[in-house]
Design a protein around this ligand. Structure first.
Ligand code: BGC
Length: 446
């Protein structure tokens, strides 16, 4: 008995000493690595500190995401640190799987969910990805009580609550709002070539040609993972269809045989004539890097690239790099929202809720989003903490037409997205508009 108490006391002292010496820094130290996003599929990073403390009573929260890479990991680690400050007795396992837009993580997650081995909580886009995959399969716990208890019902925009709800129940908590229809550009290149930010597709094509003539790579693309090209195509669909009909595409009211879908595909083909030759061997960070380092003029990327430019390349917004809405979509905001929910079958729901409370809090959202490039999902976050890009994005979110992203899971079910990514990948090489349209139609009819 005495031995046991002594052992417990020793463990406690050790845990306190570890925390005091900064023993909880493991998860933050290698934040911002540049090249890890492609090759450690399935790798899990586990924090090994605090075992003694965890055994106390706090349990463990396993956080599953795909935020391992440059421009993304920093934000997650800062949120984890904040959580640990508030709950030193709860162990955190950062189970991130590398690969932009969840290229690999989604497959790992699916295998785990099907094998009754869900993580405590996982990154999932609001909309179809959440509702048609996991909620429809009855694998998520409703979170209405969580929202009521934590007075969250009026803290998120209604549109977001809708995206994370199905049949009257709420199933996850949004941590952010990213914008998918952003063009980032190198300020020096634009200035040297006397280029103004294009607002229409015609102006865009003129600018691409002008840059090409000047010997500059006009558009950086890294479609080693096909979603980056799908993202360009969805922005073109938004530009040619307009917000209402773009949305109608996802409920079948507008078909893929519409002339404006063809128009988007024709533009896609034109634009692909202006990308870097090595696009197929780069990922989104590598492509953004070309812009940051002055080797290409522009890139279309969700504003996680803003986190990458600012945090990883140390570039200043509106000095080194600028941004504008994807041409033809200046009145629209392509919504990409990362959310976290509670899978059924986890043992420590109450502990996991503690993490979700921090993620849902003003402090949690501001800690995360000031690093991630996104804006907070909460309506009452502290705007003064965000830079010019962030406050601009907040304003646009308020005033623009909100449209769900296909490439980032909100607009259509995962099976359809997988097909579109495959067809986009083929289109990038073959550039056969007729075949592309046919395949999109076929995918839509399935
Ligand atoms: C996610 C972002 C992430 C991006 C690149 C998107 O699908 O919503 O949080 O930064 O993919 O990995």
């Amino acid at each position: 008995m005495l031995k046991k108490s002594l052992a417990l006391l020793l463990m406690l002292i050790l845990a306190v000493a570890l925390v005091a010496c900064g023993g909880d820094q493991d998860t933050t130290e290698d934040a911002g690595g540049t090249d890890e996003t492609t090759d450690d599929t399935g790798g899990e990073e586990t924090t090994d500190e605090g075992d003694a403390a965890a055994e106390d009573d706090g349990g463990k929260v396993e956080i599953f995401s795909w935020w391992t890479g440059a421009g993304e990991e920093d934000a997650l680690l800062a949120l984890i640190d904040l959580f640990k400050e508030q709950h030193p007795d709860i162990e955190v396992e950062n189970a991130a799987v590398a690969g932009g837009a969840g290229t690999n993580a989604k497959a790992v997650l699916a295998a785990r969910m099907q094998g009754n081995d869900p993580p405590s909580t996982f990154q999932v886009h609001g909309g179809a990805e959440l509702n048609e995959s996991w909620v429809a399969a009855d694998l998520m716990q409703p979170m209405n009580d969580f929202y009521e208890e934590n007075e969250l019902m009026d803290k998120f925009p209604e549109e977001l609550i809708d995206l994370v709800s199905k049949d009257g129940n709420i199933y996850s908590v949004p941590v952010n709002i990213h914008r998918g229809n952003v063009m980032f550009y190198n300020k020096v290149i634009f200035e040297e070539n006397g280029i103004e930010e294009p607002t229409t597709l015609d102006e865009f094509v003129d600018v691409l040609a002008q840059l090409q003539d000047a010997g500059v790579t006009p558009l950086a693309l890294g479609d080693k993972e096909a979603w980056t090209a799908t993202q360009i195509f969805e922005n073109l669909l938004l530009a040619t269809l307009g917000a209402d009909d773009y949305k109608a595409l996802w409920n079948g009211e507008v078909g893929f045989d519409d002339d404006r879908v063809r128009e988007a595909a024709e533009h896609f083909k034109t634009i692909l004539g202006y990308v870097n030759e090595d696009h197929a061997s780069r990922n989104w960070q590598d492509a953004s890097q070309l812009v940051g380092e002055g080797e290409a003029a522009m890139t279309n990327m969700g504003d996680w690239a803003k986190g990458y430019f600012s945090n990883d390349l140390n570039l200043a917004v509106n000095e080194d790099y600028g941004y504008f809405a994807f041409p033809g979509t200046t009145e629209d905001f392509m919504v990409v929202t990362d959310t976290f929910g509670l899978p059924k079958g986890i043992e420590n729901t109450e502990t996991v809720k503690e993490f979700l409370k921090v993620l849902a809090s003003v402090e949690g959202q501001d800690t995360f989003n000031t690093l991630k490039g996104s804006i907070p999902a909460r309506v009452d976050a502290d705007k003064s903490k965000y830079d010019e890009y962030g406050t601009d994005a907040m304003e646009d979110f308020q005033n623009n037409n909100l449209t769900p992203s296909l490439a980032h899971g909100s607009a259509a079910a995962e099976g359809f997205l997988t097909k579109v990514n495959q067809e986009v990948n083929i289109f990038v090489t073959q550039q056969d508009v007729d075949q592309f349209i046919e395949k999109l139609q076929a995918a839509g009819e399935m």
